[in-house]
Design a protein around this ligand. Sequence first.
Ligand SMILES: [Zn+2]
Length: 88
Amino acid sequence: MGTSKRGKNRVALVTVAGRRFSCLVCGQREFTSREILLNTPGLELLDLAWANRSSLGVICMACGYVHEFVGNAVEFWTTAGGYPENAT
Ligand SMILES: [Zn+2]
């Protein structure tokens, strides 16, 4: 959370748990995002109630592949500003 979320819903660079993220399909590094609602009943049984029944879709701008994440590990960075210095 915080200022790193400013790039949400625009084209942005992505880190996941502090690591630079690239598309699993085509390898490029610019993404947009949207919230994905999880309508699956019984999430509590899977110990995913903390996810508030939604996940984050990180969408590759080049090929359109949707990488889906639950939790707070994904952060967005402006393409102009680049990755944070501590990203690996
Ligand atoms: Zn891609």
